[in-house]
Design a protein around this ligand. Structure first.
Ligand code: GLA
Length: 370
């Protein structure tokens, strides 16, 4: 018998700048999207866990909290490891889940670099907090969602995505120092400047489980160790990367060091109310760095960035982990149609499938709906 029921929501995100910095203790600047995951949840008895997803109608999960504690996760469908990981982590941290029924329904495109997985985990995390662990803090929920992804889904991601999903507020970018957890809400009113943020999903899904993401993480740790610092966050000047004998590690380190500097510059400019057009060259420089130094771009991502810039975007870059997924472009309101048309034409000329696009407004973070 169900005892308490309600509905919760957690958004996906787009990261304006600060890519592959979070697992280097660095800075990020995301905003929440109006796309997300709705979690309808009810407490149930006997440790019974019942999961349904509208996006995976053929893959329901019926299990128990005891079964989750005793391992044997290989039988669970990939999508379910995020919510199951969140349930298991609540229990492992002493927040008992007596039993729960979850119905999930999402609007974030999967594999588009817009954090569909964090939206899923965080929608479950806020539901479980309200039902079973009202004293759990946002910091703990961020750690639970990250652990669900790292340990149970097997992807060694950082705190960018769950932090954005839980902490973003409407009309703002979230400036986050991933080392200290310090945050600042930075107003981002593009309308007031006649601007739009165009997100173009190349339709080439990125798969973080393929190992390239983990490889970048290992390379960054190796670069930091060789430079004699705990993490690349501790290296303030890109010239210091020149001391690395290995050219690959040198490039990886240079990306992280220069990316952190770009986040700080952009945060500083936007904080003082500057016209966002001023930050656009830094966005494009961020793309070049991800393409040439971090080597996580792809022909569709580069094609989209080049076409957007040629059609008048002020700045453009891949967003998220790369290897596929989406780009963002900062565009004058009255040029949105030209830019999206130019990208479509470039995709067609290159034999790529038509991209999907959205204009994104900075939206609210996770919350209870009813
Ligand atoms: C993915 C990960 C994040 C972050 C980005 C790259 O979205 O989940 O933790 O590392 O890639 O910035």
């Amino acid at each position: 018998m169900e005892t308490t029921a309600g509905r919760w929501w957690a958004p996906g995100r787009v990261n304006l700048i600060g890519e592959h910095t979070d697992y280097n203790d660095g800075y990020v600047l995301p905003m929440a999207l109006p796309l997300g995951v709705t979690c309808t949840a009810a407490a149930g008895p006997g440790g019974v866990v019942r999961l349904r997803s509208r996006q995976a109608p053929g893959d329901p999960v019926d299990t128990t909290t005891a079964a989750l504690a005793s391992g044997g996760w290989s039988e669970f469908p990939a999508w379910s490891r995020y919510p199951l990981g969140v349930i298991r982590e609540f229990e492992r941290r002493g927040h008992e889940v007596p039993g729960v029924h979850l119905d999930l329904d999402g609007t974030v495109p999967i594999g588009a670099g817009l954090s569909s997985s964090a939206a899923l985990s965080c929608s479950v995390a806020v539901a479980l907090r309200d039902l079973f662990a009202p004293a759990a803090t946002d910091t703990e929920l961020i750690d639970i969602a990250r652990t669900a992804e790292n340990v149970y889904a097997g992807v060694p991601t950082g705190t960018l995505d769950p932090s954005a999903s839980l902490l973003c507020t409407a009309g703002h970018l979230l400036f986050l120092d991933t080392r200290t957890g310090a945050t600042e809400q930075i107003p981002f009113d593009l309308d007031a400047f006649g601007l739009a943020l165009l997100i173009i999903d190349t339709g080439t899904p990125h798969r973080l489980v393929d190992g390239e993401y983990a490889a970048r993480r290992t390379e960054c740790a190796a670069a930091a160790a060789q430079l004699g610092v705990p993490t690349l966050r501790d290296v303030p000047f890109a010239a210091e990367a020149d001391h690395l004998p290995d050219p690959v590690l040198r490039r990886r380190a240079r990306h992280v060091i220069t990316e952190n500097a770009r986040v700080l510059r952009i945060a500083e400019q936007l904080r003082t109310g500057a016209d966002p057009r001023l930050i656009a060259p830094l966005l494009t420089a961020g793309h070049a760095s991800l393409r040439d130094d971090f080597e996580v771009s792809s022909p569709p991502l580069d094609t989209a960035v080049t076409a957007a810039l040629s059609a008048g975007a002020h700045g453009a870059r891949l967003t998220g982990a790369g290897f596929g997924g989406s780009i963002l472009a900062l565009v004058d309101h009255d040029r949105v149609v030209e830019v999206r048309t130019a990208v479509r034409e470039a995709f067609s000329a290159n034999g790529f499938n038509p991209p999907r696009d959205y204009t994104a407004t900075p939206s609210a973070g996770a919350r209870r709906l009813l």
